[in-house]
Design a protein around this ligand. Structure first.
Ligand SMILES: C[S@@+](CC[C@H](N)C(=O)[O-])C[C@H]1O[C@@H](n2cnc3c(N)ncnc32)[C@H](O)[C@@H]1O
Length: 215
């Protein structure tokens, strides 16, 4: 998978910054309920398209940790002045075993459908958040509108490694993995929110890890 993103890092960076995505990314960041001074980890941060927003929310006393397995994606992230700075760290690491602890929030945008065992990954993400902290997952999904479903299939084919080799519907498998991630987030959190955008083409699920008095 890392090989796939290594080849596509530059193209991906352009797609990730499409103006239409900006407000949806901002909504995902909103769902984390960040305050100045917080530490937030973004899993599979890619080229850092969410980082300007995250950086702004935690302020100069907070910390954004962008974690990704693909060196080229992180390299592309570091090229943007608004995605770097003293309050931003990038780590090359496996998000299925995140090397972070006691963060105030975790964000995963367009990644939950990539993991073979998404429930275990969401468990690992919830485990590294302090009680009272939030976790948010933003993903493309099928919608009631047929053209958007075609767009969904296209997105999965372009973004998920191996799509062209698959005989059954790659999009079905992708959707099952996203559903498994959302289910586990629902089991692990309270004060949950589910929002959709773009005619139902994007879904945002977020929740608070129980305990603590942050909220
Ligand atoms: C579709 S991109 C999403 C990037 C970013 N979250 C965004 O919203 O633009 C998926 C990213 O997940 C990363 N990734 C895939 N598997 C990973 C893993 N096990 N650990 C960390 N990053 C991973 C890829 O390198 C890629 O940058």
């Amino acid at each position: 998978m890392s090989e796939f993103y290594k080849r596509w890092a530059t193209v991906y960076d352009r797609l990730a910054r499409l103006p239409g995505l900006r407000s949806w990314r901002a909504s995902a960041v909103d769902a984390l309920g960040l305050s100045p001074g917080d530490t937030v980890a973004e899993m599979g941060c890619g080229t850092g398209a969410n980082v300007p927003e995250l950086r702004e929310r935690v302020g100069p006393t907070g910390q954004v940790v962008g974690l990704d397995i693909t060196r080229e994606m992180l390299r592309a992230a570091r090229r943007h002045p608004d995605r770097t700075g003293p309050s931003v760290d990038y780590l090359r690491a496996d998000a299925t075993r995140p090397p972070v602890r006691n963060v105030d929030a975790v964000l995963g945008t367009f990644v939950a459908g990539l993991f073979p065992d998404p429930a275990a990954v969401v468990d690992a993400w919830c485990d590294c958040v302090v009680p009272g902290g939030r976790v948010a997952l933003l993903n493309f999904q099928r919608s009631d509108a047929v053209p958007l479903n075609l767009a969904f299939e296209g997105f999965v084919r372009l973004s998920a490694p191996g799509a062209r080799l698959s005989t059954d519907s790659h999009a079905d498998a992708f959707e099952r993995r996203v559903a498994a991630a959302r289910r586990r987030l629902t089991e692990r959190t309270v004060d949950r929110r589910y929002e959709t955008f773009g005619g139902g083409f994007l879904g945002l699920v977020s929740g608070t890890v129980p305990g603590g008095d942050r909220q």
